[in-house]
Ligand binder design. Sequence first.
Ligand code: NIG
Ligand code: FE
Length: 419
Amino acid sequence: MTKPIWIKYAANLATLASEKKGPRSKEAMSDLGLIEDGSLWMENGLIQAVGTTKEIEELYADRLHEAEVFDASGYLVTPGLVDPHTHVVYGGSRASEFEMRLEGATYMDIMNAGGGIHATTRMTREASEEELMEQTLRRLDSFLAHGVTTVEGKSGYGMNLETELKQLRVMKKLQEKHPIDLVPTFMGAHAVPNEFKGREDDFVDHLINEMLPIVAKEKLAEFNDVFCEKGVFTPEQSERILEAGKNYGLIPKIHADEIESYGGAELAAKIGAISAEHLLKASEDGIQDMAKSGTIACLLPATALYLREEAAAGRRMIDEGVAVAISTDCNPGSSPTTSMPLVMNLACISMRLTPAEALTAATYNAACAINRQEKVGSLEVGKQADVVLWNVENYQELQYLFGVNHVKSVWKKGVQVVK
Ligand code: NIG
Ligand code: FE
């Protein structure tokens, strides 16, 4: 029998709990359910009670001696962070492209010349399953060290059935090897592979008829994502792919309006995508459509910074009623980071989210973007005991002292995984 864990005296405990269920926008993103002198009782991998230290002392009066106690005085406690958008499984590195971009080449120039996503596709096709596992494990360790306890991961560096399945299987196997919960997304439509160059519609047919049915049959993915971008997949092709996925129970997501305004946000709203990603160049109509449809905007300010582009209009989206989540976009080309704390800082600095909104975007709303809000994203009775203890007193300090990893301890399903 493992001992119950009792965290007590937390300077501030941000529960993110709310009566209202579902993605949050406007004022609801500022309500962190804060408890001063907070306390948390975890047992059997779940949160059993949350309240002030006095309340928990009364509730468990006859069992306090059984618990392993953590004194959190002077520290902030939050739910484990959720990263709802990554390309974490990939082979090789693209450090040389980083230098090319610094010298003036654009992201799309490099991709159109056979580099970018195509370069990682070559390296991922060549890598063995073991090599991919090994590389991905190291990245997952880094996520955990930054307070992230749930990570969405996409395929998309195969663009043929064999390698797409290899990436998705790696994610499945990593579930048994690593404490982080991985949530798999099929993204066969990440680019048109070289062998289909000039035959884009044939690739779309191939993906719909040959890849989707097998991914679905093997239950290797929950979501289906498309890079809807000028020169990659048109809105019409994207719609076909995402509608086909729906028939297999795969929930649509879209990489939308990242480089150019291309109707991606509008499409996401139209087909009922759970989220639209990037949105750097989303149109005003697209933002209004998303507010109406309840599509979550998954914003990636580290990608904007890394591509030296202006970040998405996060502030305006929230004011217009769009629920905003944030993510690293961890990938070898446009955002090779595993730091959600940095992404929260950037959400404030470059998108003018408030510190409270940034925390909601990285926890509860992020969980909603991957359909995990019943299990993670807030500290509420019955939810997974995924908890972070931060070396700061409150959430304002967490966002203000930027570019620093303030993680002190992490518990995943009630087990301390970062000491
Ligand atoms: O989300 N934009 C498309 N996909 C990724 C980048 C992938 C890569 O460059 O390898 C993104 O930015
Ligand atoms: Fe991405």
